[in-house]
Design a protein around this ligand. Structure first.
Ligand SMILES: C[S@@+](CC[C@H](N)C(=O)[O-])C[C@H]1O[C@@H](n2cnc3c(N)ncnc32)[C@H](O)[C@@H]1O
Length: 241
């Protein structure tokens, strides 16, 4: 059973990606700097001076980062394995989506997700797909973004091997990972042997040059009084020519 197909996770990710700050975290003393993660993985890691025309967002979930990328890129494709996440992202291109935010126990509040008016939707498309087995004719992009995807794959090496083909020479690869390796998602034999950071340097170094590393805290709300606060390791890489 894929948890990313459940209604609970769909609601949680719609809030994570589209909830206003006060809707996610109604506590002034809470970790405000961890809000808006799906926006920050783009704004804090991308170099838009390089003028990327096209972007691929792998593990896009319900799509907020893809819409953020569309502010700068004419064409954006978001791909996720979860059909229900992709259906939600697609429906947000043309309209709003109501969802339930858990407050506590069986108390919840209905909220509405919508794409911010300053994110153009015309060049954005979404499709269901497997980041470890992407379609052959996917092409290559000026920017590839994969936020918190690697440690949710059964075999991350399969995506790593496809990346040099997906990123155009001189293009950007934006990765984040909370380094939360779990046997529920990834067999232990496919975990990095040491630190995830060192593993990334090893497996990407031949085809990519590191341009930036940054810690990116993020907050996932379980209910009004319980949150997961994590710190993703963010990195930005340039595809060698
Ligand atoms: C931890 S979430 C991160 C979502 C989003 N990028 C973010 O940062 O909010 C992991 C996402 O990867 C997706 N996913 C898991 N396995 C995948 C696969 N094999 N191919 C594509 N997406 C996958 C899940 O459906 C989920 O949307």
């Amino acid at each position: 059973m894929n948890i990313y197909e459940t209604r609970r996770l769909l609601d949680e990710y719609l809030l994570f990606h589209y909830g206003a700050d006060h809707e996610v975290l109604p506590w002034a003393e809470g970790p405000q700097s961890a809000l808006r993660f799906a926006i920050r993985t783009v704004t804090e890691l991308a170099d838009f001076e390089r003028n990327p025309q096209s972007a691929l967002d792998l593990g896009c979930a319900v799509g907020r980062s893809s819409f953020e990328l569309a502010k700068h890129c004419q064409k954006v494709i978001g791909i996720d394995f979860s059909q229900s996440f992709i259906d939600a992202a697609k429906s947000l291109i043309t309209g709003e989506l109501a969802y339930d935010r858990l407050d506590e126990a069986s108390a919840s509040t209905t909220l509405v997700a919508r794409v911010p008016a300053d994110c153009p939707c015309d060049g954005v498309s979404f499709e269901q797909g497997d980041a470890m087995n992407l379609r052959e004719d996917l092409g290559s992009y000026n920017l590839v973004h994969a936020a918190n995807l690697l440690c949710r794959l059964t075999d991350p090496q399969r995506l790593i091997e496809r990346l040099p083909e997906l990123v155009k020479p001189g293009g950007q690869l934006l990765l984040t990972t909370p380094c939360t390796w779990l046997e529920d998602f990834t067999p232990r034999g496919h975990w990095p042997q040491g630190s995830t950071r060192e593993w990334l340097h090893q497996v990407l170094g031949e085809h990519f040059e590191l341009s930036l590393e940054k810690d990116l805290p993020f907050l996932i709300r379980e209910h009004a009084r319980k949150y997961q606060w994590s710190v993703a390791l963010g990195s930005s890489w340039i595809r060698k020519s």
